[in-house]
Design a protein around this ligand. Structure first.
Ligand SMILES: [Zn+2]
Length: 185
């Protein structure tokens, strides 16, 4: 299996760090890159081929930055996963797909299930916000392979400790979710 990992926003936070929690010195771009990189290692150990590209543009909308969907479409990946962190004070995980009943929907559901299964035993307040269709998101619309965009938690809520201390567990859960999806193909 060939997996394309897209940590959200810009490498090093310039020009776009994503959401930020200044009090905790946490940035979405750093969390996404760390979780994506560790996930890639787990997937490689499981025999997958992995590509990783962090990009703050979402598919050609910002020509000065890597066009992640173009790159992914040329990579012959079997699955695409974009990693993000929410803001706005809610709790828990949600995963977006283009269409709930397509392969991307199955990918999103597998990832969401594993992430919630890994985090809820650590913190009962971490909610399963479910999978949601977002055909407007470029990474879901412009990718030719099944794609999902996961929001790991909220940077400005009680999710913070999980985002700080359990990045490896999150990465492992995402990798397991992708492997679960692969069994359904
Ligand atoms: Zn984001």
């Amino acid at each position: 299996m060939n997996v394309f990992i897209n940590p959200g926003h810009a490498l090093g936070g310039n020009p776009d760090p994503g959401c930020v929690n200044q009090a905790e010195n946490l940035r979405e771009c750093d969390i996404a890159l760390t979780v994506g990189s560790i996930m890639g290692k787990f997937l490689e150990e499981a025999g997958c081929t992995v590509s990783l590209l962090q990009s703050h543009n979402l598919g050609g909308e910002s020509p000065g930055f890597p066009n992640v969907t173009d790159t992914a479409n040329h990579s012959l990946a079997d699955a695409f996963i974009s990693i993000h962190v929410n803001a706005g004070g809610g709790r828990g995980a949600e995963t977006f797909c283009y269409w709930r009943y397509g392969a991307g929907g199955r990918l999103a559901a597998s990832i969401q299930n594993q992430l919630v299964m890994a985090m809820q035993p650590l913190d009962k307040g971490y909610l399963d916000r479910g999978i949601k269709e977002r055909p407007s998101l470029c990474v879901l619309r412009e990718t030719m392979m099944p794609a999902a965009l996961v929001e790991l938690g909220f940077i400005d809520s009680a999710d913070v400790w999980l985002l700080k201390e359990h990045q490896e567990d999150m990465a492992k859960a995402l990798a397991l979710g992708i492997m679960d999806y692969w069994k359904t193909v």
